[in-house]
Design a protein around this ligand. Structure first.
Ligand code: PHE
Length: 441
């Protein structure tokens, strides 16, 4: 299989990158970690770590034309650290799918809830209470499982192509809608306070934990460090310019996250909510905006449907990492591989969903199952993958092979990329990682 058009390549990778990470996770991470300071560091990390690591994944994927485990098979020994990481990456993908499906389930619930005018809730407090009750309920588990079932049906029949086509059509629409919401938010009473929170960095807020959070968000949002982009690049044609494509993907992804911030924070301050609300933030604030808009119900349904679609293109890419491994390496049939993947994810996801209700008391280091899956995947496994992919391309691959993948790219850019992959990215990731975990004091 190969992507045939340049647009297809970019659209599938942007489909993987843009999702709940931009619209749900970015605002609450920024809200919890000091707003402007977080955004500044986030953008810096996208540039010096994100961009080089996506390109590294592209280089490994297209040169090996294989999955995240198989990619290292021909070039390294049987028990190499790279191959072992391949298995670790599968675990990371499963963890993300676990908590991501829960949030996608919440999104599904909001499509219906919008149609019912949020069950008559009209104040931020009422929306807050309703949301709290909903996520703690078995209904939320039902929505999560429904989302996983849809994934199963799509993955089993291999109709990703249809979904990708649909998302190519609808993602530009999501973008336009976000612009409309931005304009609306900018006219709210708390607009200047919100913008100041998002864009004015307070350097005293920058702590090792904020840096680790920003780095984790950069990895999560760009879908890097697990071999997702690597798997997609194995389907790229030889004419695709890897560095250019990586630049477009990183640029669009960051733009969507910033737009989400411009929508959320003015509303947060207008409605007197707290920016540090955590995972609930977007789900409590957005309905308040919709209730404030003319034709609110229509906007709301349209928005949540598009967000659901954006989530689906991200979960498809995550499922693909695991299924490509099972079918290529374990020689399983597609249906069996999909069923096993779905089973594992369903168990994890039910645990994640219940951690807002009956399992909320089960914690490790103060983190619930949901928080653990979220933290371990983005702040541990993905950065580790980033280090390994950078070192692999920067130090291990033959320079000729790397250059062959970057044909047509200006020499200066290639030199900068290699410098980043050899030194900047691995060292930065390691330092932020260790100090964020409190291991560098
Ligand atoms: N980048 C996706 C998002 O922002 C999530 C994702 C992470 C997808 C890792 C694939 C791999 O929603």
């Amino acid at each position: 299989m190969e992507f045939t058009t340049r647009f297809g390549v970019i659209a599938a990778s942007v489909g993987s990158a843009v999702g709940l990470g931009n619209i749900w996770r970015f605002p609450y991470e920024a809200g919890e970690h000091g707003g402007g300071a977080f955004l500044l560091i986030y953008c810096l990390f996208i540039l010096i770590i994100g961009l080089p690591v996506i390109t590294a994944e592209f280089i490994i994927g297209r040169s090996s034309r294989s999955n995240v485990y198989g990619a290292f098979k021909h070039t390294t020994g049987k028990r190499s650290v790279w191959r072992s990481f391949g298995l670790f990456a599968l675990l990371g993908a499963a963890m993300i799918l676990g908590f991501y499906s829960v949030v996608a389930g919440w999104t599904g619930h909001y499509v219906v809830s919008s149609l019912c005018n949020f069950n008559g809730a009209s104040t931020t407090d009422e929306l807050h209470t309703d949301f709290g009750n909903f996520i703690a309920s078995w209904e939320a588990v039902g929505w999560t499982l429904a989302f996983i079932l849809v994934n199963f049906l799509i993955m089993r029949r291999g109709v990703q192509k249809g979904i990708e086509k649909m998302s190519n059509m609808f993602m530009p629409l999501l973008f336009v809608i976000l612009l409309v919401f931005c304009v609306h938010s900018l006219m709210m009473s708390g607009a200047s306070q919100g913008l100041e929170f998002l864009f004015k960095p307070d350097f005293s807020e920058i702590t090792p934990q904020v840096m680790l959070g920003a780095m984790g968000q950069a990895f999560f949002s760009l879908s890097i460090g697990l071999g997702c982009m690597l798997t997609y690049a194995s389907y790229f044609s030889n004419n695709t310019k890897l560095l250019n494509s990586a630049g477009i993907i990183a640029g669009l992804d960051t733009l969507v996250a910033v737009l989400a911030g411009i929508i959320i924070f003015p509303a947060v301050f207008s409605f007197g909510a707290s920016p540090a609300e955590g995972p609930a933030l977007v789900f409590e604030v957005l309905p308040s905006i919709f209730l404030d808009m003319e034709w609110g119900m229509l906007w709301s349904v349209l928005f949540f449907v598009l967000l659901l679609l954006a989530s689906l293109t991200s979960t498809i890419s995550l499922n693909e990492i695991i299924i490509a491994y099972l079918t290529d390496e374990k020689k399983m049939g597609r249906t069996k591989a999909t069923a096993i993947t779905t089973g594992v994810i369903a168990v994890l996801a039910v645990g994640c969903s219940l951690s807002f209700g009956p399992l909320s008391g089960y914690t490790l280091c103060g983190k619930t199952i949901f928080d653990l899956c979220n933290f371990c995947s983005s702040n541990l496994i993905m950065p580790l993958g980033g280090i390994l992919f950078s070192i692999y391309v920067g130090w291990h691959m033959k320079r000729g092979a790397v250059n062959a993948q970057l044909r047509g790219t200006s020499r200066v850019f290639v030199a900068m990329l290699i410098f980043c992959l050899r030194y900047v990215a691995p060292i930065c990731i390691a330092v932020v990682f260790l100090s964020g975990l409190g291991l560098l004091n």
